[in-house]
Ligand binder design. Structure first.
Ligand code: CAA
Length: 379
């Protein structure tokens, strides 16, 4: 058993840490306050190869393994959770399925657009009546000559406002459930695609979350991703990787909580000494650190399995469940350690608290992760 990172993985980790500390952390509070998409940061992430981490070099990507990807996403999330989800979605839910399931022609046509930080992609699965029950999607795609005509409404689309490439799931066969679904790559500037309501959220405010509408949208037959009717499996296999990305985002938030709490506990004095001298505070810090390490071990293992090309549905679900619940718990402790100051936006604790919550919800709620794990145990 080998528990050390490779030299290459350490280099990626340091590259992401240095960039995130120097360029993202100083503006994270402003991005959150102003609900501002970090255009320039995303462009630089692209230049560093951090928007194409999972795309093989042969297709022009950075050709990193999934462990390197989680290392980088943790560093970005430690600075700004909103920026981390922008990168996670682009890497795991857009570039990765196009690289895995796309034809050579599709890879050459779409990947260069979303790998370099100048444009980004989004993942359109959820709908008003299909959230946790993803197989209930109603968006339809009907064949008309050499094109598919898409109609439907997608919800909760991260990067929905800025994206130029959408990976879209639609029902192509008149059967209910998971079997009649196909995946498409749709350019967002096609006639019939529009951005609907843009959500006002509790946190991750640097990223947009939007409704995307498809109205008689004509998509060439060659934009079908993978086989006809294979879309649901593509969606879920893609989410295995996406959930590892969100686990990494949650690790970054939990680490921010821990590091900010340690610094504050050493500086804040009460009863004539730093509050770090009190055992009540020390135990919180010890528990935060222990839970963070446990969640990180699960996340690295899931990523390592994925790098090996092995199925990691159960491990990805465990990693996301453990890391997101750790982030939420650590954020609660962090606000408590900061006391009254933690409840104000003069300090980052309340931002961590707001950002942490979504990791228990998107890309499969904690309840869905438990369902996936339990089904595996019982099957
Ligand atoms: N990889 C590949 N295939 C898979 C798979 C996986 N991880 N999981 C299931 N499948 C296959 C199954 O083997 C099955 O195949 P067969 O029909 O050949 O047997 C088929 O897919 C259907 O599987 P299930 O019967 O398990 O499907 P289900 O309808 O019971 O649903 C579920 C399973 C786990 C509940 C699933 O619907 C799910 O994960 N729901 C949560 C959805 C989700 O995470 N949504 C997040 C959207 S993205 C987002 O958050 C927005 C964003 O931009 C960040």
């Amino acid at each position: 058993m080998e528990l050390e990172l490779t030299e290459e993985q350490r280099i990626v980790q340091k590259l992401a840490r240095d960039f995130a500390t120097a360029e993202i952390l100083p503006i994270a509070a402003a991005l959150d306050r102003e609900h501002r998409f970090p255009t320039e940061i995303v462009r630089k992430l692209g230049e560093l190869g951090l928007m194409s981490m999972l795309v093989p070099e042969a297709d022009g990507g950075a050709g990193m393994d999934a462990v390197s990807c989680v290392l980088a996403l943790e560093e970005i999330a430690r600075a700004c959770a909103g920026t981390a989800v922008i990168a996670s979605v682009n890497n795991s839910l857009v570039c990765d399925p196009i690289a895995r399931f796309g034809t050579a022609e599709q890879r050459a046509r779409f990947l260069p657009r979303v790998m370099h930080g100048r444009e980004i992609g989004c993942y359109c699965l959820s709908e008003p009546s299909a959230g946790s029950d993803a197989a209930a999607i109603e968006t339809s795609a009907g064949l008309d000559g050499d094109a598919w005509i898409l109609n439907g409404t997608k919800l909760w689309v991260t990067n929905g406002v800025e994206a130029s490439i959408c990976v879209v799931y639609a029902r192509t066969e008149p059967v209910a459930g998971s079997r009649g679904i196909s995946a498409f790559v749709v350019e967002k500037d096609r006639p019939g695609v529009s951005v609907g309501r843009v959500e006002r959220k509790l946190g991750i405010n640097a990223s947009s979350t939007a409704e995307i509408l498809f109205e008689e949208c004509r998509v060439p037959a060659e934009n079908l991703l993978g086989g006809r009717g294979e879309g649901f499996k593509i969606a879920l296999a893609t989410l295995d990787g996406g959930r590892i990305g969100i686990a990494a985002q949650a690790l970054g938030i939990a680490r921010a909580c821990l590091e900010d709490s340690v610094a504050y506990a050493k500086e804040r004095r009460q009863f004539g000494k730093p509050i770090a001298d009190f055992q009540a505070i020390q135990w919180k810090l010890a528990d935060m650190s222990t839970r963070l390490e446990a969640a990180r071990a699960l996340t690295w293992r899931a990523a390592w399995l994925r790098s090996q090309g092995r199925r990691c549905t159960q491990e990805a679900a465990m990693a996301k469940l453990a890391a997101s619940e750790t982030a939420m718990w650590a954020a609660t402790q962090c606000v408590q350690i900061f006391g009254g100051y933690g409840y104000t936006n003069d300090y980052p604790a309340e931002r961590h608290f707001r950002d942490a919550k979504i990791t228990e919800i998107y890309e499969g709620t904690s309840e869905i992760q438990r369902l996936v794990i339990a089904r595996n145990l019982l099957s």
